[in-house]
Design a protein around this ligand. Structure first.
Ligand SMILES: NC(=O)c1ccc[n+]([C@@H]2O[C@H](COP(=O)([O-])OP(=O)(O)OC[C@H]3O[C@@H](n4cnc5c(N)ncnc54)[C@H](OP(=O)(O)O)[C@@H]3O)[C@@H](O)[C@H]2O)c1
Length: 326
């Protein structure tokens, strides 16, 4: 089968369009015919060898897939051959077929197309669980979002508004800020030009943000420590800037704030029921027309390297999706 192959650590230019053996399912596993694969920031990190997951060469990146169940391993009765599903294989989705654990496969509504499905699970569920379950965002609170036009950031804008928050979206270009406003952001900040703390204080009458959603890290995180309200919560989602931070514990204490992490992938190991509940709620919201998934680029599988390079160059908004077949 056709697959994108990573044969050495490096940038997207090192990826090869090649052949890989078709997978066959072991007990508890499912083979999916891939129709679309979501592009995630983690894919850009795994190919460079700097992610927690370090597969053996050659491997196929791609952690999020939508397609049709092709084969079932022993003991799988949660889905059937022919079902339309999304799956989270962790690696392998940038190919014509992928192997996924049955527990990480969920049926999708007939009305949801494969591109939308491939863009949906990681981005929406990360923001839904991080804001609600983890940070306890309440209606009327102010939510500050970094990288707000990106894959997870834009879903945080939409879900923050649905949860009743006053949303402040930060992004690096006017085009990205306009998209955040279209998705409901109440205020926008170009954080490459404006001072985050000053603007947030101005918007909140001097109080600061109650919850900060941070998929960027580095300077943005440091700004969050200065722009947070008393009893605020900073949720660390990721490090798109490439920088990690050390939280100033004197500020943590004096402001009575919490700095907390949220990692969606670890819930599939430690608390899969929480992901299941979140996905059911999100799919229901989508059916009711409350969510508008945004895909800035749909490309054929062969252009996976180009898609990852665009993501690393901050050129995408919302999600990018790779398609297989017609
Ligand atoms: N914790 C979890 O469970 C979880 C789940 C999904 C993703 N993540 C993490 O969240 C982060 C964002 O993921 P994503 O899929 O939303 O990625 P994305 O679509 O590429 O969005 C990332 C955003 O970060 C901003 N950014 C700032 N500095 C950047 C840099 N040097 N390079 C690239 N982008 C930069 C960009 O917005 P501006 O140009 O506007 O600054 C970009 O839109 C990643 O670190 C990812 O691993 C975590």
């Amino acid at each position: 089968m056709k697959a994108i192959l990573c044969t050495e650590w490096g940038g997207p230019e090192k990826l090869i369009v090649g052949d890989a053996p078709s997978p066959s399912p072991g007990p508890g596993e499912v083979v999916i015919d891939v129709k679309a694969a979501g592009v995630n920031f983690a894919d850009t990190v795994v190919i460079q060898g700097t992610y927690q997951l370090k597969p053996e060469f050659p491997f196929t990146p791609g952690l999020e897939v939508a397609g049709v169940v092709a084969q079932l391993g022993d003991g799988v009765d949660s889905v059937a051959v022919g079902d339309r599903v999304v799956g989270i294989p962790n690696i392998g989705a940038f190919a014509e077929q992928v192997l996924v654990k049955a527990a990480a496969v969920v049926r999708i509504p007939d009305s949801m197309d494969f591109e939308t499905a491939a863009s949906f699970a990681v981005a929406y569920s990360t923001s839904h669980m991080a804001l609600g379950y983890r940070a306890g965002l309440k209606a009327g609170e102010t939510l500050l979002i970094f990288g707000a036009a990106g894959g997870v950031g834009l879903t945080a804008v939409e879900l923050g508004k649905i949860m009743g928050a006053n949303v402040i979206a930060c992004a690096s270009t006017q085009e990205k800020l306009d998209l955040c406003s279209e998705r409901g952001a109440d205020h926008v900040i170009n954080y490459t030009e404006e001072d985050i703390r000053e603007r947030v204080k101005e918007i909140t009458g001097g109080k600061g943000a109650d919850v900060v959603y941070d998929p960027v890290g580095g300077e943005a995180f440091d700004a969050a420590m200065r722009a947070i309200n008393w009893e605020g919560r900073i949720v660390v989602i990721g490090f798109a800037s490439g920088d990690f931070n050390q939280a100033r514990t004197n500020i943590v204490m004096v402001k009575n704030i919490a700095v907390m992490g949220f990692y969606w992938g670890s819930y599939s190991i430690h608390k899969p029921s929480a992901i299941g509940e979140s996905m059911s709620e999100l799919i229901q919201m989508w059916k009711e027309g409350k969510l508008s998934p945004h895909i800035s680029h749909g490309m054929p599988l062969d252009r996976a390297g180009e898609a990852l390079a665009m993501m690393m160059g901050r050129k995408s908004t919302g999600k990018m999706v790779l398609t297989v077949g017609d």
